[in-house]
Design a protein around this ligand. Structure first.
Ligand code: R1P
Ligand code: URA
Length: 287
């Protein structure tokens, strides 16, 4: 007998929508494009043939419609893996939990989820303006201290190498993205990379404004790691959380990065909207 999930553990709003995302199951497409910035949702859905649903609550904005006849949802998450934990759990509940009986459905549904986000390059040869698909992602945050997950030998080795290199008191978690999505979305105009997901934009990515980062050479230390040919290429703040939650919940997830800054050459793109727009078209055409 599957257990009934109590109201305190999975909160449903009075109208039957899920607590933070404010969505009912019928509002969600099985292919989902995710973005950090709520304003980026409309920048993607403007290309839809038509929009059937628009819902917003907190940083979670959803537009569902069709692009060239294919049903898609575009959703914003805000910044950070703590948001991704909420986002992925509720997204999964929309398809894998019967919200009326509060029981796990006997048949699992796997969603396709593609992140379209901005990112900073830690490699001279990956310039601002490039598009990077994340093969592996390493989370420097502590989200996975609170979940039990299975790691491959390679994922464990990468996590260990990062822990050793940064001298952290916990092992960063590493997961691989979806191979089928990578095959479709990592095309000639996309660089295959591996992403460091950080619990902040400034100190945790080695940026010094008024405060000195505790690991000032974090870029050099991360860039020097090589585990069976896996080298880290870029910084952002969500990908490892997506890959961890996606793997544990059984969804296909891929993160695509529009590189807006190069941390080695210290360049920033003249027009961030241009590279993001290129990534949006790339994603809509290939998802
Ligand atoms: C920081 O500026 C934000 O940009 C990146 C980081 O992951 C972080 O969320 O992604 P988005 O452009 O999707 O927000
Ligand atoms: N997002 C990040 O998290 N870091 C960058 O350098 C650029 C975008």
């Amino acid at each position: 007998m599957t257990k009934v999930i109590p109201a305190s553990e999975l909160i449903i709003n009075p109208d039957g929508s899920i607590y933070h995302l404010n969505l009912k199951p019928e509002f969600l497409a099985s292919s989902v494009i995710t973005v950090g910035d709520p304003e980026r949702v409309a920048k993607i859905s403007q290309y839809f043939d038509h929009i059937e649903v628009k819902v917003a609550k907190r940083e979670f904005v959803t537009h569902t419609g069709t692009y060239k006849g294919k049903r898609l949802s575009v959703m914003s998450t805000g910044m950070g893996t703590d948001n991704i934990e909420i986002f992925m759990t509720e997204l999964d509940a929309l398809v894998n939990i019967d919200l009326h009986t509060r029981k796990i459905k006997p048949k699992h549904t796997a969603l396709k989820i593609v992140r379209v986000g901005t990112s900073g390059s830690m490699r001279k040869e990956i310039p601002a303006g490039a598009l990077v698909a994340s093969n592996f992602a390493v989370g420097l945050d502590t989200l996975m201290q609170y979940y039990a997950a299975d790691f491959s030998q390679k994922e464990l080795a990468i996590g260990n190498a990062v822990q050793q290199s940064l001298g952290l008191g916990f092992r960063p978690y590493c997961f691989e993205g979806s191979k089928p999505l990578l095959e479709r979305l990592c095309t000639n105009d996309t660089i295959l990379g591996n992403t460091a997901t950080c619990p902040g934009f400034f100190g945790p990515q080695g940026r010094e404004v008024r405060l000195k980062p505790a690991i000032p050479d974090i870029i050099e230390r991360l860039a020097a790691i090589d585990v069976e040919g896996v080298q880290l290429t870029n910084f952002e703040m969500e990908t490892a959380g997506y890959y961890a939650m996606g793997k544990m919940l059984g969804h296909e997830v891929l993160s695509l990065n529009a590189i807006v800054a190069n941390r080695i050459t210290q360049e920033f793109v003249d027009d961030p909207s241009e590279v993001v727009e290129r990534l949006i078209h790339h994603t809509l055409e290939n998802i």
